[in-house]
Design a protein around this ligand. Structure first.
Ligand code: HEC
Ligand code: HEC
Length: 306
């Protein structure tokens, strides 16, 4: 992008009021359906060999993602990209790093059917759940159906994901004027805005609302190919373009980047400024930005309480 346009975009963001909005206090999901979805999310019954559940790669007690560089799934087969968090995913404009799923419903089909993940087709899923007297009665109670159809399985999982929001982070309370930030955290937020991080990481998810290139200012060289935006559009300019990931709960979701190459937040912030802003940040500036990022950890979703 042209540097002048870039500076203009930054100025617009700095003066257009708060560019980040707090997560709503109520998620609005249907609790009965969400609770059934929670059971499915945790249950290995959804995988062909009863070894994998959604939880295997989305650790809900630790940020909703996976601490491996890339996820592994069915029979230990290695996946091809770092896992994303399921927390607050409903606020993303598209799902997956390359946005190939339009919404959570379209998204959920993929891990279930993927041979490297759950390795189940819709018929096999229906058959397995209809053979379970437990799930037959659960679905009857929640959806008033006698036979479990694929669409209902997906619906329950999606409803659970809609309940996976993390409100009340220190930063959200600051935005609502309920809590102060420390000097260091506040300076970190100012640097985040002034340097232009905010042009890509903004809105309710502090990301999740646009596709951007990894390497806007300095070419990012990958060791291998990853499913990037090019895979969806076939346009050469979309190599290394990804959905900007959310920075909500970012302190909990190491390692970072699509290739899991940044082991901690310091490294991630330094790489971001180099590759996506053409800046070398001092250790002091990096530390302040990391302090700000640490204020983005929210309350764990109520639905996860036993
Ligand atoms: C084998 C590991 C694995 C399993 C099992 C798995 N996922 Fe994922 N999930 C991933 C990875 C890796 C990504 C990122 C893939 C990509 O973007 O190409 C992801 C992405 C997602 C996203 C998109 C988030 C975003 O910001 O775009 C959602 C939502 C999600 N998974 C939900 C689920 C659900 C629901 C299940 C169970 C039905 C599930 N996952 C099972 C590894 C897994
Ligand atoms: C040009 C848009 C853009 C700018 C500017 C930008 N980012 Fe990013 N950010 C991205 C994209 C795209 C990714 C995903 C990159 C990847 O995985 O290859 C990302 C990833 C990250 C991640 C890792 C998230 C994860 O879950 O793996 C962090 C942390 C981050 N950015 C912080 C920052 C900070 C701090 C700044 C300012 C110093 C900044 N970003 C500036 C677009 C941007």
């Amino acid at each position: 992008m042209n540097k002048l346009l870039w500076i203009l975009a930054c100025i617009t963001f700095i003066y257009a009021g708060e560019p980040i909005s707090p997560i709503p206090l109520h998620h609005g999901a249907d609790i009965k359906k969400a609770k059934l979805g929670k059971e499915l999310f945790f249950d290995t019954i959804l995988s062909k060999d009863n070894t994998i559940s959604c939880l295997s790669c989305h650790d809900l007690s630790n940020g909703g993602s996976d601490s491996r560089t890339v996820s592994s799934g069915f029979s230990g087969r290695e996946g091809n990209i770092q896992s994303l968090t399921v927390f607050n995913a409903k606020y993303n404009f598209k799902q997956f790093w390359n946005g190939r799923a339009a919404n959570l419903l379209e998204q959920a089909k993929e891990p279930l059917n993927n041979p490297a993940e759950h390795n189940m087709n819709p018929q096999a899923l229906e058959e397995k759940l209809n053979n379970s007297s437990y799930y037959k009665s659960r679905f009857k109670k929640v959806y008033s159906i006698d036979t479990i159809a694929y669409a209902y399985i997906l619906d329950a999982i999606v409803e659970f994901e809609k309940a996976l929001t993390t409100p009340n982070s220190k930063f959200d309370k600051y935005l609502r004027e309920e809590e102060e930030l420390s000097e260091e955290e506040k300076e970190g937020y100012t640097l985040f805005k002034q340097n232009g991080c905010i042009t890509c990481h903004n809105g309710i998810n502090i990301g999740g609302n646009s596709f951007q290139k990894m390497g806007t200012f300095l070419e990012y060289k990958s060791q291998q190919e990853y499913p990037d935006r090019y895979d969806v559009t076939g346009k050469k300019a979309h190599r290394n373009v990804f959905k900007v990931p959310t920075l909500r709960n970012i302190a909990l979701t190491a390692p970072y980047f699509h290739d899991g190459s940044a082991k901690n937040l310091q490294e991630a912030v330094k790489s971001m400024s180099q590759y996506n802003l053409g800046l070398i940040l001092s250790d002091e500036e990096t530390k302040k930005i990391v302090s700000f990022l640490n204020t983005l950890t929210g309350e764990m979703p109520k639905i996860l309480e036993p």
